[in-house]
Design a binder for this molecule. Structure first.
Ligand SMILES: CC(C)(COP(=O)(O)OP(=O)(O)OC[C@H]1O[C@@H](n2cnc3c(N)ncnc32)[C@H](O)[C@@H]1OP(=O)(O)O)[C@@H](O)C(=O)NCCC(=O)NCCS
Length: 192
Protein backbone atom coordinates (compact mmCIF):
# COMPACT_ATOMS: atom_id res chain seq x y z
CA UNK A 1 0.00 0.00 0.00
CA UNK A 2 1.25 3.50 -0.89
CA UNK A 3 1.21 6.00 2.02
CA UNK A 4 -0.21 9.51 1.27
CA UNK A 5 3.22 11.21 1.66
CA UNK A 6 4.92 8.66 -0.63
CA UNK A 7 5.54 10.90 -3.63
CA UNK A 8 7.50 8.22 -5.50
CA UNK A 9 4.54 5.79 -5.54
CA UNK A 10 6.70 2.68 -5.10
CA UNK A 11 7.70 0.69 -2.04
CA UNK A 12 11.28 -0.31 -2.85
CA UNK A 13 13.82 0.11 -0.05
CA UNK A 14 17.52 -0.60 -0.49
CA UNK A 15 20.59 -0.30 1.65
CA UNK A 16 24.32 0.12 1.11
CA UNK A 17 27.11 0.20 3.68
CA UNK A 18 26.53 3.87 4.63
CA UNK A 19 23.26 4.82 2.94
CA UNK A 20 19.61 3.96 2.61
CA UNK A 21 17.51 4.43 -0.50
CA UNK A 22 13.80 4.84 0.18
CA UNK A 23 10.80 6.09 -1.82
CA UNK A 24 10.97 9.90 -2.19
CA UNK A 25 8.44 11.67 0.05
CA UNK A 26 6.58 14.92 -0.50
CA UNK A 27 8.40 16.47 2.50
CA UNK A 28 11.81 15.72 0.91
CA UNK A 29 11.23 18.60 -1.53
CA UNK A 30 11.28 21.03 1.40
CA UNK A 31 14.73 19.72 2.37
CA UNK A 32 15.95 20.00 -1.23
CA UNK A 33 14.89 23.59 -1.97
CA UNK A 34 17.68 25.44 -0.07
CA UNK A 35 20.36 23.31 -1.75
CA UNK A 36 18.90 24.11 -5.18
CA UNK A 37 19.60 27.78 -4.46
CA UNK A 38 23.36 27.13 -4.24
CA UNK A 39 24.87 28.30 -7.57
CA UNK A 40 27.59 25.63 -7.53
CA UNK A 41 25.05 22.84 -7.10
CA UNK A 42 22.69 24.33 -9.66
CA UNK A 43 25.46 24.76 -12.18
CA UNK A 44 26.40 21.08 -11.82
CA UNK A 45 22.91 19.82 -12.59
CA UNK A 46 21.29 22.35 -14.92
CA UNK A 47 22.40 23.02 -18.46
CA UNK A 48 21.16 26.59 -18.13
CA UNK A 49 19.86 28.57 -15.14
CA UNK A 50 16.22 27.77 -14.24
CA UNK A 51 13.69 30.17 -15.79
CA UNK A 52 11.89 30.68 -12.47
CA UNK A 53 13.03 30.79 -8.82
CA UNK A 54 13.52 27.28 -7.46
CA UNK A 55 10.59 26.45 -5.19
CA UNK A 56 8.97 23.26 -3.93
CA UNK A 57 6.45 23.43 -6.79
CA UNK A 58 9.25 23.85 -9.33
CA UNK A 59 11.06 20.76 -8.01
CA UNK A 60 7.82 18.78 -7.86
CA UNK A 61 7.26 19.33 -11.57
CA UNK A 62 10.58 17.66 -12.38
CA UNK A 63 9.94 15.08 -9.67
CA UNK A 64 6.58 14.08 -11.19
CA UNK A 65 8.23 13.57 -14.54
CA UNK A 66 10.81 11.25 -12.96
CA UNK A 67 8.42 9.24 -10.76
CA UNK A 68 6.09 8.64 -13.71
CA UNK A 69 8.91 7.10 -15.74
CA UNK A 70 10.91 5.27 -13.08
CA UNK A 71 11.75 4.80 -9.42
CA UNK A 72 12.51 7.98 -7.50
CA UNK A 73 14.47 7.55 -4.26
CA UNK A 74 15.65 9.75 -1.43
CA UNK A 75 19.23 9.09 -0.34
CA UNK A 76 19.52 8.90 3.45
CA UNK A 77 22.82 8.95 5.33
CA UNK A 78 22.63 6.18 7.94
CA UNK A 79 25.05 7.78 10.42
CA UNK A 80 23.15 11.08 10.67
CA UNK A 81 19.68 9.99 9.55
CA UNK A 82 19.69 13.00 7.19
CA UNK A 83 18.13 12.96 3.73
CA UNK A 84 21.06 14.05 1.57
CA UNK A 85 19.95 13.66 -2.03
CA UNK A 86 17.78 12.22 -4.74
CA UNK A 87 18.25 9.60 -7.43
CA UNK A 88 15.92 8.20 -10.07
CA UNK A 89 16.29 4.86 -11.79
CA UNK A 90 14.44 5.94 -14.89
CA UNK A 91 13.40 4.28 -18.11
CA UNK A 92 15.14 5.90 -21.06
CA UNK A 93 13.12 8.84 -22.34
CA UNK A 94 15.69 10.46 -24.58
CA UNK A 95 15.15 9.42 -28.22
CA UNK A 96 18.86 9.45 -29.13
CA UNK A 97 19.65 6.88 -26.41
CA UNK A 98 16.77 4.47 -27.04
CA UNK A 99 17.56 1.18 -28.79
CA UNK A 100 14.81 -0.85 -30.43
CA UNK A 101 14.21 -4.11 -28.57
CA UNK A 102 16.41 -3.16 -25.60
CA UNK A 103 15.49 -2.23 -22.03
CA UNK A 104 17.54 0.90 -21.31
CA UNK A 105 17.65 2.99 -18.13
CA UNK A 106 19.20 6.31 -17.14
CA UNK A 107 20.03 7.66 -13.67
CA UNK A 108 19.69 11.30 -12.70
CA UNK A 109 21.44 11.65 -9.32
CA UNK A 110 22.17 14.54 -6.98
CA UNK A 111 23.75 14.68 -3.57
CA UNK A 112 22.37 18.02 -2.40
CA UNK A 113 24.94 18.89 0.26
CA UNK A 114 28.24 19.69 -1.44
CA UNK A 115 30.20 19.02 1.77
CA UNK A 116 29.32 15.36 1.16
CA UNK A 117 30.66 15.19 -2.39
CA UNK A 118 33.76 13.08 -3.04
CA UNK A 119 33.18 10.69 -0.12
CA UNK A 120 32.20 7.73 -2.25
CA UNK A 121 28.45 8.15 -1.63
CA UNK A 122 27.62 8.62 -5.31
CA UNK A 123 29.45 5.45 -6.22
CA UNK A 124 27.72 3.50 -3.46
CA UNK A 125 24.29 4.58 -4.72
CA UNK A 126 25.03 3.87 -8.37
CA UNK A 127 26.54 0.42 -7.66
CA UNK A 128 23.40 -0.51 -5.74
CA UNK A 129 21.00 0.71 -8.42
CA UNK A 130 22.99 -0.79 -11.30
CA UNK A 131 22.82 -4.17 -9.54
CA UNK A 132 19.05 -3.72 -9.13
CA UNK A 133 18.57 -2.62 -12.73
CA UNK A 134 20.62 -5.41 -14.32
CA UNK A 135 19.73 -8.07 -11.74
CA UNK A 136 16.08 -7.46 -10.88
CA UNK A 137 14.73 -5.37 -13.76
CA UNK A 138 16.67 -7.24 -16.45
CA UNK A 139 17.88 -4.20 -18.35
CA UNK A 140 20.13 -4.56 -21.40
CA UNK A 141 21.95 -1.26 -21.12
CA UNK A 142 22.50 1.37 -18.44
CA UNK A 143 22.94 4.87 -19.86
CA UNK A 144 23.40 8.00 -17.77
CA UNK A 145 22.71 10.69 -20.35
CA UNK A 146 23.01 14.45 -20.70
CA UNK A 147 26.06 14.78 -18.47
CA UNK A 148 27.51 18.29 -18.84
CA UNK A 149 31.01 17.95 -20.30
CA UNK A 150 32.33 20.24 -17.55
CA UNK A 151 30.85 18.22 -14.67
CA UNK A 152 34.11 16.65 -13.51
CA UNK A 153 32.54 14.79 -10.58
CA UNK A 154 29.79 13.20 -12.59
CA UNK A 155 32.17 12.16 -15.36
CA UNK A 156 34.62 10.70 -12.81
CA UNK A 157 31.74 8.79 -11.21
CA UNK A 158 30.62 7.09 -14.43
CA UNK A 159 34.17 6.32 -15.55
CA UNK A 160 35.06 4.84 -12.17
CA UNK A 161 32.23 2.33 -12.64
CA UNK A 162 33.43 1.22 -16.07
CA UNK A 163 31.05 3.29 -18.20
CA UNK A 164 32.26 4.85 -21.43
CA UNK A 165 31.06 7.74 -23.58
CA UNK A 166 28.51 6.46 -26.10
CA UNK A 167 28.00 9.82 -27.81
CA UNK A 168 28.44 13.55 -27.50
CA UNK A 169 25.43 15.82 -27.91
CA UNK A 170 24.70 19.52 -28.19
CA UNK A 171 27.97 20.28 -29.98
CA UNK A 172 29.99 18.39 -27.36
CA UNK A 173 28.47 20.19 -24.37
CA UNK A 174 26.72 17.03 -23.21
CA UNK A 175 27.99 13.46 -22.86
CA UNK A 176 25.96 10.25 -22.85
CA UNK A 177 27.59 7.37 -20.96
CA UNK A 178 26.74 3.68 -21.17
CA UNK A 179 27.52 0.18 -20.05
CA UNK A 180 26.00 -2.89 -21.67
CA UNK A 181 24.85 -5.98 -19.79
CA UNK A 182 27.80 -7.97 -21.20
CA UNK A 183 30.28 -5.31 -20.05
CA UNK A 184 28.62 -5.07 -16.63
CA UNK A 185 28.70 -8.84 -16.12
CA UNK A 186 32.33 -9.07 -17.26
CA UNK A 187 33.35 -6.30 -14.82
CA UNK A 188 31.39 -7.95 -11.99
CA UNK A 189 33.11 -11.30 -12.66
CA UNK A 190 36.61 -9.82 -12.69
CA UNK A 191 35.99 -8.01 -9.38
CA UNK A 192 35.06 -11.26 -7.54
C1 LIG B 1 28.04 13.70 -9.25
C2 LIG B 1 27.90 13.09 -7.86
C3 LIG B 1 26.61 12.25 -7.79
C4 LIG B 1 29.10 12.16 -7.61
O1 LIG B 1 28.97 11.58 -6.33
P1 LIG B 1 30.17 11.71 -5.26
O2 LIG B 1 29.73 11.04 -4.03
O3 LIG B 1 30.57 13.14 -5.17
O4 LIG B 1 31.33 10.90 -5.99
P2 LIG B 1 32.18 9.70 -5.35
O5 LIG B 1 32.85 10.21 -4.12
O6 LIG B 1 31.34 8.49 -5.23
O7 LIG B 1 33.28 9.50 -6.45
C5 LIG B 1 33.12 8.66 -7.58
C6 LIG B 1 34.43 8.63 -8.36
O8 LIG B 1 34.70 9.93 -8.86
C7 LIG B 1 35.97 10.40 -8.39
N1 LIG B 1 35.79 11.82 -8.08
C8 LIG B 1 34.92 12.37 -7.21
N2 LIG B 1 35.06 13.72 -7.19
C9 LIG B 1 36.06 14.00 -8.08
C10 LIG B 1 36.67 15.23 -8.51
N3 LIG B 1 36.28 16.41 -8.02
N4 LIG B 1 37.67 15.14 -9.42
C11 LIG B 1 38.07 13.94 -9.92
N5 LIG B 1 37.51 12.76 -9.55
C12 LIG B 1 36.53 12.79 -8.64
C13 LIG B 1 36.24 9.60 -7.15
O9 LIG B 1 37.64 9.50 -6.86
C14 LIG B 1 35.63 8.25 -7.50
O10 LIG B 1 36.48 7.48 -8.32
P3 LIG B 1 37.36 6.26 -7.72
O11 LIG B 1 36.39 5.36 -7.01
O12 LIG B 1 37.97 5.65 -8.94
O13 LIG B 1 38.34 6.89 -6.76
C15 LIG B 1 27.89 14.20 -6.73
O14 LIG B 1 29.13 14.86 -6.72
C16 LIG B 1 26.76 15.20 -6.93
O15 LIG B 1 25.63 14.92 -6.55
N6 LIG B 1 27.07 16.37 -7.51
C17 LIG B 1 26.07 17.44 -7.72
C18 LIG B 1 24.96 17.01 -8.67
C19 LIG B 1 25.48 16.44 -9.97
O16 LIG B 1 26.46 16.93 -10.52
N7 LIG B 1 24.79 15.40 -10.49
C20 LIG B 1 25.12 14.78 -11.75
C21 LIG B 1 24.48 15.53 -12.86
S1 LIG B 1 24.92 14.85 -14.45
Amino acid sequence: MIQPDNFACHNIHMETERLKLRPFKDGDFDIAVPFYKDPEFLNAIEESPPDEPVSKEYLKKAGKFMRDSGFLFAIVEKASGRTIGEVCLQWMNLERAKIAGEKVMRLPIAIWDKTLWGKGYGKEVVRCLMAHAFGKLGIDRFCPVDVPADNIRSIALWRSLGLTVARKADGGKMLDFEITRAEYEKAAQSST
